[in-house]
Design a protein. Structure first.
Length: 274
């Protein structure tokens, strides 16, 4: 089922809904173009494994975009700075909650960005979740020896020279596309059940209205000559609201889930509006 191969570059962040495992499917369907636009970049699996001349990579999570900008500008110095947090001493509940508190209170963007990498590898299941006040609240993950993704950060830094990182809502980013652009849109999915809800990447929630707005913007972009490839689960919503798209369906195994019972194969959809 996994279609990633040895040549596939792994993102340096663990990310719910990361597309690393289905990268070949996505690559097969993405049209050529001058610039790839990703309004929901997440861990950047598609960015890392495609070869467009330039990229516009956006997300509504400010911690994620700040981290990418810092890594893009600083490279090796920032990677070394991040590595300093990955000590045996810091792999304890006590250190984790102390550093999580620093993350939630510091105004130092560089420090916060480095701690985002630490939290991603030491927190429970690599989740990224915030409470209503915007505070990161994922519990300690109890990993034996968290991996520091040095090589992966370096590869991201190198490729980031061709990318611009934008903090913002998908509506603005999609509205700004023009001929020559290709869009890959991977929004938070509609929940398959109430317990399998992964809309908490940042303080906001991705609603059904947002899903409909995405379809509308994808159709408008296609009319301007900008193809838009959208990922989602295969649900009734897809059948009804993606009717103007060319649909490809395939099975996937879900790996990040709140309870083990939900780790069952589900059908995934790639819808091309063109
Ligand atoms: C399914 S993940 C993308 C995963 C990505 N394709 C990857 O391979 O890692 C969805 C992303 O959308 C972002 N997001 C949620 N609501 C958004 C919004 N309204 N506008 C832009 N990005 C949003 C989240 O922060 C999250 O990173």
């Amino acid at each position: 089922m996994s279609r990633a191969n040895d040549a596939t570059i792994r993102p340096f962040l663990k990310w719910a809904g990361g597309k690393y495992r289905i990268i070949e499917r996505i690559r097969e369907l993405l049209p050529e173009g001058e610039r790839l636009v990703e309004p929901f970049v997440g861990s950047g699996a598609v960015f890392l494994n495609t070869h467009y001349p330039t990229y516009l990579l956006a997300d509504s999570n400010p911690d994620l975009i700040n981290l990418y900008r810092t890594l893009r500008t600083e490279g090796a110095a920032f990677i070394a700075y991040c590595k300093r947090n990955f000590t045996a001493r810091n792999n304890s509940a006590e250190s984790y909650y102390r550093l999580r508190e620093v993350f939630n209170t510091t105004r130092d963007v560089r420090r916060k960005s480095a701690l985002f990498v630490y939290l991603n590898r030491h927190g429970y299941n690599g989740l990224c979740r915030y409470n209503a006040r915007g505070r990161f609240n994922v519990p300690f993950g109890r990993y034996k020896r968290p991996y520091f993704p040095e090589r992966e950060m370096w590869l991201f830094h190198e490729k980031a020279a061709s990318a611009r990182f934008v903090l913002g809502d998908f509506t603005t980013v999609l509205g700004d596309t023009h001929a020559g652009d290709v869009v890959y849109a991977d929004p938070p999915y509609l929940p398959l059940s109430r317990t399998a809800n992964f809309t908490s990447y940042s303080a906001g929630v991705f609603t059904l209205e947002d899903q409909l707005r995405l379809v509308q913007l994808a159709e408008q972009a296609a009319q301007r000559g900008v193809p838009v490839l959208v990922s989602n689960h295969d649900t009734e919503f897809v059948k009804r609201d993606y009717r103007n798209a060319h649909i490809t369906r395939f099975p996937v195994q879900r790996f990040i889930s709140r309870d083990g019972a939900n780790r069952r194969p589900a059908r995934e959809v790639l819808a091309l509006f063109a």
